[in-house]
Design a protein around this ligand. Structure first.
Ligand SMILES: *Cc1c(COP(=O)(O)O)cnc(C)c1O
Length: 394
């Protein structure tokens, strides 16, 4: 120790480098705001957009680059950006691709905060957000205007569960793009975790995920991702990512990385459990419709059958019209294993009633809609819980 430092300096400087020759499965958690450059030339030559080197914590660390790379690979894309929540990922796409005078189309069953974002863009930013019937398919052609830049899709809508005909829509948009229009299709692919629906294979340009759900699997982290195959497109979105300052925490990134190895097994277990519970509900007189894409009651079921390989844990039911909201609220309150809360994709089953008539412009029927997230509990126990809660309907 020839070159002694003052305590103050020693508190700050250390010669720590990760030991070479140390191998382990987990990705290291790199916390960083400042990223160090070897010299001025290195600082000047690095391009934050190329992700070929590190420039600043907000633009990426080895931990976030690892998650981005893995998510792109899992989805069948080439480029990925992380955002602090699923909703932030949606907003990042909107702010990247829309400007005053532009038009965006959203499905009428869209994730409600995305609908609210559309309203805000319309009211305060001079962008028009219009809502289409989620089962419109090729009919989307009639709604596309010369200033339409973006079409959001959701497969399926996460409350009312209509499964759209994505290939029919992406075909139209590709034709428009070939004719010179700057227009893209984005999908909120959260429901299928990118496992049950391979969005890029069906012509989608931008895939968005709420990693909050199946990727993390722990009900303990909020994060979103945007994935593309096209480099120019990700660069446009990256400008919004940079300008909005969308960083994610290293610890949260680690939690999502930790969830990935078990995601497919968990998803399949959620799927099997949900189908058992949904099949039991289908046979019950209290329930008039089971809105689960694998069931024929579900609008767009044939699209699901053609394009999807699985279903996951989320579905809804519509109660018989003879039950009032007060009665179905009592049912939800009487559940013991199912807890009341938003979100899904974790090990715990959840249940939540929605006032669907207020959420949709042309919802048919007056039965109460209740959404279930089937967790990883034994399905027989969940069914017994629902059965005992039915007695609270009166
Ligand atoms: C949860 C969710 C989001 C938003 O994700 P957050 O991380 O909660 O912001 C977006 N779309 C769908 C379909 C979701 O379920």
């Amino acid at each position: 120790m020839t070159d002694r430092k003052s305590i103050q300096t020693s508190l700050i400087h250390s010669d720590y480098v990760a030991p070479s020759g140390f191998g382990a499965f987990p990705t290291a958690i790199h916390h960083a705001s400042t990223v160090l450059f070897k010299d001025v030339a290195a600082m000047r030559s690095r391009n934050w957009q190329e992700k070929n080197a590190y420039t600043y914590g907000l633009h990426g660390t080895p931990t976030t680059f690892t998650l981005e790379g893995r998510l792109a690979e899992i989805e069948g894309g080439n480029h990925c950006l992380l955002a602090p929540s699923g909703l932030a990922a949606i907003a990042m796409v909107d702010f990247a691709l829309l400007k005053t005078g532009d038009d965006v189309l959203l499905p009428d069953n869209v994730y409600n905060p995305n609908r609210e974002l559309g309203r805000w863009l319309t009211r305060d930013y001079g962008i028009t957000a219009r809502y289409y019937d989620p089962l419109i398919g090729a009919g989307i052609a009639e709604l596309i205007q010369p200033n339409t830049r973006l079409i959001w899709t959701e497969a399926p809508g996460s409350v009312s569960m209509e499964v759209p005909d994505i290939p029919a829509m992406t075909k139209i948009v590709r034709e428009k793009r070939a004719a010179g229009q700057d227009i893209h299709v984005a999908i909120d692919n959260t429901w299928s975790a990118g496992l049950a629906f391979r969005a890029f294979d069906h012509g989608v340009d931008i895939v968005m995920h709420a990693l909050t759900k199946y990727q993390s699997g722990g009900s303990d982290v909020l994060m979103g991702a945007v994935i593309t195959q096209d480099k120019e497109l990700i660069h446009r979105i990256e400008m919004a990512h940079m300008r909005l300052g969308f960083g994610v925490s290293a610890d949260d990134t680690y939690l999502v990385l930790r969830g990935l190895p078990t995601m497919k097994l968990r998803f399949e277990a959620h799927d099997a459990g949900a189908r058992k519970v949904a099949a039991w509900l289908k046979a019950r007189p209290e329930i008039s419709r089971v809105l689960h894409p694998a069931f024929e009651d579900c609008p767009g079921h044939l699209n699901w059958k053609r394009d999807f390989t699985g279903a996951g844990g989320l579905f809804s039911v519509v109660f018989n019209e003879r039950y009032s909201e007060a009665q179905t609220d009592r049912f939800v309150d009487s559940l013991k294993l199912f807890k009341i809360g938003f979100s899904w994709g974790g090990a715990n089953s959840l249940c939540i009633p929605y006032r669907i008539q207020n959420m949709r412009s042309n919802w048919q029927g007056s039965g109460q809609l209740v959404r279930f997230n089937i967790g990883l509990e034994e399905p027989g126990d969940l069914i017994a819980d629902i059965e005992q809660a039915f007695s609270a309907l009166g």
